[in-house]
Design a protein around this ligand. Structure first.
Ligand SMILES: Nc1nc2c(c(=O)[nH]1)N[C@H]1C(S)=C(S)[C@@H](COP(=O)(O)OP(=O)(O)OC[C@H]3O[C@@H](n4cnc5c(=O)[nH]c(N)nc54)[C@H](O)[C@@H]3O)O[C@H]1N2
Ligand SMILES: Nc1nc2c(c(=O)[nH]1)N[C@H]1C(S)=C(S)[C@@H](COP(=O)(O)OP(=O)(O)OC[C@H]3O[C@@H](n4cnc5c(=O)[nH]c(N)nc54)[C@H](O)[C@@H]3O)O[C@H]1N2
Ligand SMILES: [Mo]
Length: 755
């Protein structure tokens, strides 16, 4: 890490900066020439699915879609650096634990299974057979299968996810927390109540037909850069693009497509947002309610649609008209004039799409907010027609597919019925633990084994200190992984690291290369074929790891585990009989580009209990009243934890948050210049950040304040460094998603004497 530098960035997103950063990342991983060839295979019909984001691939598949952060994700996996047994012999786990997240990632790809040796405090090589026997032993001696936790991160393929949930359920529990719990769980919970399904209703093509886009709380320039191409095309057509974000994110303002020579030459690019609103953090429920109020007062509703397809209109109308504009404005942080402008634009649109990301889901009232956004769509009949619909922007490249395959702590009864019938066992029916409940169970000692299928549980979760403490008490922690991360050095009494193939690598089973499948953010299911030689000959695929572990753990299982992994078509055949919508899976997925899952709302079929779409609303004051406000004599701020441009969740690629002008360090916090002045702070003031919650205070030490264009009383800093401040018990109502975008904090300047 070098010194912190802060210089506002005035260039467009993309362009030369993106090209330079991509080349730099290939060079850093020692794969400059190979990497370029490899990238041409990413997101192509014949290639592999980019392990970056879940944004769909365009149908016109001859063009290579350039994306800087996709390059970083591929380069990270394809790196020439290796972590060998010799590396672990040289470095103790205590030493590793002192290294930064960036360093752990940079050591390179893991090459063979390792087991923790407490006597020497080193990881040592272990054979795959012994590794599986160890895990099987720890699982078999548990008093109950519910004492084990099986976490999943969202890169796991459909095939691996399906085998994994089968193994876990044959073992006897639904304790399957996943990264979704911390991500789009409020979407998965709120949308089915409104329209019957928990997924987006649009396809990529709809973006070509929309005349109005409302973008809430996500940052495409960094987190789904290929979306910028879609937004650029929309902007060029004259589509109105309204952005709602407390920060003025570069990628939402102007974009230069690095593949457009003309744009690169002038470096001017395309304006993305036609209207940019900077609400208060957490002000989105009020924004959506304000749009509803405008429509009720001055708009033209789609009355046919409302009559034929919906229920709950009268209640929505009453709740909305009972809420004074003044309340809506102060809660949202937008002015009356803003609402008149937004309302007029939305009302005049013929086809509108609403998108949302973590700025909406990681709040206490996330479910209610999503349902109010759906109300906005329903009032104008903006679901089930071309160019219109709801578009939650998913995170991990297969997080949506994992849930479809049954990675869920609360599986539907009919799914369990089919699973049990297909594999001849009685699946457990009681709901399992989500992420928050898993942490509680680990803390109480009720859970003793933690198994992670990818991801970085120790750093992705809230309340870092408590989570680390809980993980250290485990009898056993196991991680299936490609690279080293914090979760491997914050380990249980016994610990194993199982290295697996990445998505870019060729997976040979029974002498034949195998493809896996994924489902993107818009419900397209397609095949992904690895192209590179594996990082080490000792790696196993995730499917093989699960099958062999299942054989070791479940001697009485009727499932032919070994036969299933000899040919992944066999896994897909099983999926086609268990998972609704996957009939004829093999035939359909081998078509170029795969297939689109049926989404009933696209044809205005509502799979809600009454068969109608539901307007769901609650008064604004319900949402504001129960917000925790600490009794502090100091100024209290609302903190959101966000991603820099140079990270993939807990994986830190570097220290360049280019579009926000920050480089060299990550321990920063953005604050409005007038708030800084009021508190007597200047740029670079070193502060401790203290979060306040009903159970006490938490502290993040030594952060630098930077003046930034952010609403008053709102502040922002990076995840995962600030996760220490997120209280375990502060989470979205019903969905339990940690409130990573809404933490009550105060600031203490660290005096020179303290440093
Ligand atoms: N390169 C890269 N790509 C990624 C990831 C990554 O870390 N790096 N992560 C992947 C994953 S798992 C996910 S879930 C997605 C995440 O993608 P995003 O949803 O873009 O995630 P965040 O960076 O957390 O950004 C949230 C955005 O919401 C805004 N925001 C915060 N609070 C509020 C609010 O109250 N209201 C509104 N309107 N806006 C708000 C912030 O200013 C920020 O611009 O990206 C995926 N893709
Ligand atoms: N404060 C705060 N906390 C947050 C968030 C936030 O915005 N703010 N965002 C939340 C969100 S949206 C999410 S999705 C979670 C993310 O939580 P996770 O999914 O648990 O975290 P990641 O950092 O994506 O996991 C990265 C690790 O996955 C492993 N990995 C990479 N590729 C593969 C592979 O192909 N196979 C296997 N088996 N392993 C692989 C590597 O070891 C890598 O270190 O974090 C959540 N936590
Ligand atoms: Mo996510």
């Amino acid at each position: 890490m070098s010194e912190l530098k802060f210089r506002p960035y005035h260039q467009p997103a993309g362009g030369w900066g993106a090209l330079r950063a991509s080349m730099q990342s290939l060079r850093q991983q020692g794969i400059l020439s190979e990497g370029t060839a490899l990238l041409l295979k990413s997101n192509q019909a014949e290639g592999f699915d980019c392990p970056g984001c879940a944004w769909p691939d365009p149908d016109a598949h001859s063009t290579f879609e350039f994306c800087e952060n996709g390059v970083k994700a591929v380069a990270a996996e394809a790196t020439s650096k290796r972590v060998t047994a010799d590396f672990f012999a040289r470095h103790s786990v205590s030493w590793l634990a002192q290294q930064s997240d960036y360093d752990l990632e940079e050591f390179g790809r893991l090459t063979e299974p390792m087991i923790y040796d407490a006597a020497s405090d080193h990881y040592q090589p272990v054979s795959w057979e012994q590794a599986f026997a160890q895990i099987a032993h720890h699982l078999q001696v548990l008093d109950s299968p519910h004492q084990a936790i099986f976490y999943t991160s969202g890169r796991t393929s459909n095939e691996a996810a399906f085998l994994y949930q089968l193994f876990v359920r044959e073992f006897g529990t639904n304790n399957m927390p996943d990264c979704s719990n911390m991500c789009h769980e409020p979407t998965s919970l709120g949308m089915p109540e409104s329209i019957g399904i928990g997924k987006g209703t649009v396809t990529l093509e709809d973006f070509d037909h929309a005349d109005t886009l409302l973008l809430f709380g996500h940052n495409p320039g960094t987190n789904h850069p290929r979306m910028l191409g879609t937004l650029r095309d929309a902007a060029k057509r004259g589509c109105r693009i309204l952005v709602f974000n407390p920060l003025r994110e570069r990628g939402l303002q102007r974009f230069v497509n690095p593949q457009d020579p003309g744009e690169m030459l002038t470096n001017h690019g395309t304006e993305i947002a036609t209207h940019y609103y900077q609400p208060r953090i957490g002000g989105d429920y009020a924004i959506a309610l304000g749009i509803v109020r405008y429509l009720l007062e001055q708009g033209s509703l789609d009355e046919d649609f409302i009559d034929t397809h919906t229920e709950g209109f009268t209640a929505l109308k009453k709740i909305t008209l009972d809420t004074p504009w003044a309340e809506i404005e102060s809660e949202s942080g937008l002015s009356h004039a803003d609402f008149m402008e937004i309302g007029k634009i939305y009302d005049s649109g013929k086809a509108s799409i609403i998108t949302w990301g973590m700025g909406i889901t990681q709040h206490k009232h996330a479910v209610a907010t999503i349902q109010m956004l759906v109300n906005v769509l329903l009032l104008k009949g903006n679901i089930g027609k071309p160019g219109a619909g709801a578009c939650p922007i998913r995170g991990h490249s297969n997080v949506q597919g994992d849930r479809t395959m049954g990675i869920w702590e609360r599986p539907a009864a009919d799914f369990l019925d089919r699973l049990g019938k297909e594999f001849g066992f009685e699946p457990p029916r009681e709901p399992g633990h989500d992420v928050i409940a898993s942490i509680a169970a680990l803390e109480k000692g009720e859970a003793k084994v933690f198994f992670g299928m990818g991801g970085n549980f120790a750093n992705a979760t809230p309340d870092t200190r408590r989570v680390h403490e809980a993980l250290r008490h485990c009898e056993l922690t196991v991680h299936v992984t490609t690279k080293l991360n914090r979760s491997h050095v914050v380990h249980g009494k016994n610990a194993l690291i199982l290295p697996c193939l990445g998505r870019t690598e060729i997976d040979i089973q029974n002498g034949q290369p195998q493809g896996i499948t994924v489902e993107d953010s818009m419900s397209m299911v397609h095949i992904s074929q690895g192209m590179r030689a594996p990082a080490s000959s000792q790696l196993k695929s995730e499917c093989a790891i699960i099958a062999e572990l299942a054989e070791a753990t479940l001697p009485d299982s009727k499932t032919p585990w070994r036969a299933l992994i000899e040919d992944y078509d066999r896994i897909r055949d099983r999926i086609s009989r268990v998972v609704a919508g996957f009939e004829d899976f093999n035939a359909r997925v081998h078509q170029p580009r795969g297939f689109h899952l049926d989404l009933p709302p696209r044809s205005r079929r509502w799979t809600t209990p009454s068969g109608k779409a539901q307007f769901i609303a609650q008064p604004l004051h319900h949402i504001t009243e129960d917000r925790f406000i600490p009794k502090s004599s100091e100024r209290v701020f609302n903190l959101m934890t966000i991603r820099s441009h140079d990270q993939y969740n807990t994986t830190i690629y570097g220290y360049e948050d280019r579009y926000r002008g920050v480089s060299g360090a990550r321990n920063i916090c953005f604050m409005h210049p007038e708030d800084m002045a009021e508190l007597g702070f200047i740029e670079n003031t070193l502060v401790d950040i203290i979060s306040h919650w009903t159970d006490g205070e938490r502290v993040a030490r030594s952060f630098r304040l930077l003046p930034y264009d952010i609403p008053r009383s709102c502040v922002a800093g990076y995840y995962p460094e600030l996760n220490v401040l997120v209280p375990l018990s502060s989470h979205a109502d019903r969905a339990n998603t940690p409130t990573s975008k809404s933490i009550r904090v105060t600031f203490h300047a660290v005096s020179k004497r303290d440093v």
